[in-house]
Design a protein around this ligand. Structure first.
Ligand SMILES: [Zn+2]
Length: 282
């Protein structure tokens, strides 16, 4: 009985959060506030009312057109809302109800917005990356307060360092290194500062091991898709393909299937640890 209640709750919450993510996806790359002014049609500027803002339903009932000026509404709005709803429902199935579900929902919501914005505009808004770093550290501090100890600290010179801090440091170090090598090899910027901050944000939530698995999956997926796009003539050799969406997909794979993916990945290198931490907490 409670199971069905939580299934419906997470789906409905996902629709509502997805609706807000649509605001972020449109406004953040345009440097507009996500709070003010209230939602309006980008074509005719008409202020949207409550009945125009019901996720998915308004979109379908109005025939995918603005009620006031009949300008077509992008499919992206309904796709983002439904994707977020299904993603939140999946998190409930992975995490159950509780604090881990809340922190994973914050992580996944930001990842969905970053995916959509980087794909279209080739930028990752810093506020989303800092949001990930902040909520990632907050998640581990919450775990420390709730359980009385850090979940998976890394001992440096005998001092336990929280996993989220190690994850942030690793993200910065690896992507600064890749950027430096790219400068040397190609004499052009290969990784933006957005990718570096995104890696740090994912490291804060997933710790050093979860971040490493995310980046390896991203590189593999990026290479496959990149070669595919060039082979089919959709992209030219030196044309820019944003890397952010691939890091997002890698991180999502770790969030939803990390308990299978990460031990399998480690087994390739001959490691068979008993406890594989794929979050900074729990
Ligand atoms: Zn309109």
């Amino acid at each position: 009985m409670w199971h069905w209640f939580w299934l419906c709750m997470t789906f409905a919450l996902g629709l509502a959060v997805g609706s807000f993510l649509n605001v972020c996806i449109w406004r953040m790359p345009r440097d507009e506030s996500v709070v003010r002014p209230p939602s309006h049609c980008p074509a005719c500027d008409a202020r949207l009312r409550a009945r125009d803002l019901v996720p998915v339903f308004s979109f379908l009932l109005q025939g995918r057109k603005c009620r006031y000026c009949k300008a077509p509404i992008s499919w992206r709005y309904a796709v983002v809302e439904l994707t977020t709803a299904v993603a939140f429902l999946g998190l409930y199935l992975v995490d159950g109800a509780g604090a881990p579900l809340l922190f994973d929902a914050l992580l996944v919501a930001a990842l969905i917005a970053i995916f959509a914005i980087d794909l279209e505009h080739y930028i990752i808004p810093h506020e989303l990356n800092y949001f990930l770093m902040f909520t990632g550290v907050a998640r581990e501090v919450y775990g420390r307060l709730a359980t009385g100890q850090w979940s998976h600290p890394v001992h440096l010179l005998g001092i336990p360092v929280p996993a989220s801090v190690v994850g942030i440091a690793l993200g910065v170090a690896v992507f600064a290194g890749i950027g430096w090598l790219g400068q040397l090899a190609f004499r052009q910027e290969s990784m933006g500062g957005g990718d570096l901050r995104l890696a740090a944000g994912i490291g804060a939530h997933l710790g050093w091991l979860g971040l490493t698995a995310s980046v390896v999956l991203a590189v593999v997926a990026g290479a496959v898709v990149g070669v595919g796009l060039i082979a089919t003539g959709l992209r030219k050799r030196r044309e820019y393909i944003p890397f952010g969406p691939f890091i997002v997909l890698g991180a999502l794979a770790v969030v939803y299937a990390g308990q299978w993916v990460v031990p399998g990945f480690l087994a390739l290198y001959g490691f068979h640890p008993e406890n594989v931490p794929i979050r900074s907490w729990p």
